[in-house]
Design a binder for this molecule. Structure first.
Ligand SMILES: Nc1ncnc2c1ncn2[C@@H]1O[C@H](COP(=O)(O)OP(=O)(O)OP(=O)(O)O)[C@@H](O)[C@H]1O
Ligand SMILES: [Mg+2]
Length: 253
């Protein structure tokens, strides 16, 4: 052992669905306090990678180590390990029949067994952090998509995760609502949250991420400093992808 503990370490990770090999040997790690953005074309395996990190998917082979705990060890306490990881999806998945406050309290109560007063205090604190304290008593349907996504972020933060995973958190939002959600994520990054973010927001990736990982066809094609991967990519496939996303009218490749 080197004694250096990564927040998350992924070694030779493979994942197949039947005949289809979606992840073909992924290696990378995220250090505590780092923000790593994963970019790449549709179907390249980005969501599958994230889902393997919190074991929503069982890897076919390879290792996922979270804060020194090997998740792929058959004897691991998976529930305990999963509690260390917060996940925010494109879809917010809030309970429609519960208020915002109740949505942020429920997992604290059920999973962490926090008392009502403490769960409520933590919920209010995190709703304040994401800028929607005044919506505590509203129901999800009464909120904009951007507000609902911020509730989903507060809900994840209320569990005190060591690592936050985001899978295209702004892709379902109207363009004018994207900025508020990105601003919350930027603030989290500045506060030192460890984050692994799948995103198509290249400006966010360039400005906020410590590292950018470009995936294509189930492999990591390029991994480096954000400014370098986005501003001066080395691989042809990365260049072609960035041309397409930065200028959608571009039609080569
Ligand atoms: N549960 C599943 N069963 C079978 N195939 C799956 C499953 N989940 C994903 N796949 C396949 O794995 C491949 C990678 O999917 P994945 O969702 O990881 O891609 P992605 O990079 O997140 O794409 P997008 O940018 O469109 O979200 C796709 O071909 C997809 O159809
Ligand atoms: Mg995806």
């Amino acid at each position: 052992m080197s004694g250096v503990e990564h927040a998350v370490e992924i070694r030779d990770l493979h994942k197949s669905f039947g005949e289809l090999e979606v992840l073909k040997g992924i290696d990378f790690s995220v250090e505590p306090g780092q923000v790593v953005c994963v970019i790449g074309p549709s179907g390249s395996g980005k969501s599958t990678l994230l889902r393997c990190v919190n074991l929503l998917e069982q890897p076919t082979s390879g290792r996922v180590v979270l804060e020194g705990v090997e998740l792929t060890d058959p004897d691991v306490d998976l529930d305990a390990a999963r509690r260390r990881v917060g996940m925010v999806f494109q879809q917010f998945n809030l309970f429609p029949h519960m208020t915002v406050l109740e949505n942020v309290m429920i997992a604290q109560r059920r999973v962490l067994k926090r008392g009502k007063a403490e769960a409520e205090r933590v919920a209010r604190e995190n709703l304040e952090k994401v800028g929607i304290a005044e919506k505590c008593d509203a129901y999800p349907a009464q909120l904009s998509g951007g507000q609902q996504q911020r509730v989903a972020i507060a809900r994840a933060l209320a569990m005190n995760p060591a690592l936050m995973l985001f899978d295209e958190p702004t892709s379902a939002l109207d363009p004018e609502l994207v900025g508020d959600v990105l601003a919350v994520m930027r603030k989290l990054a500045e506060e030192g949250m460890t984050m692994l973010v799948v995103t198509h927001e290249m400006a966010f990736a360039r400005d906020v991420a410590d590292r950018v990982v470009f995936m294509d066809g189930g492999v990591i094609v390029e991994d480096g400093q954000a400014a370098q991967v986005i501003g001066d990519p080395q691989q042809e496939r990365t260049k072609a992808f960035l041309r397409r996303v930065l200028d959608p009218t571009h039609t080569d490749v």
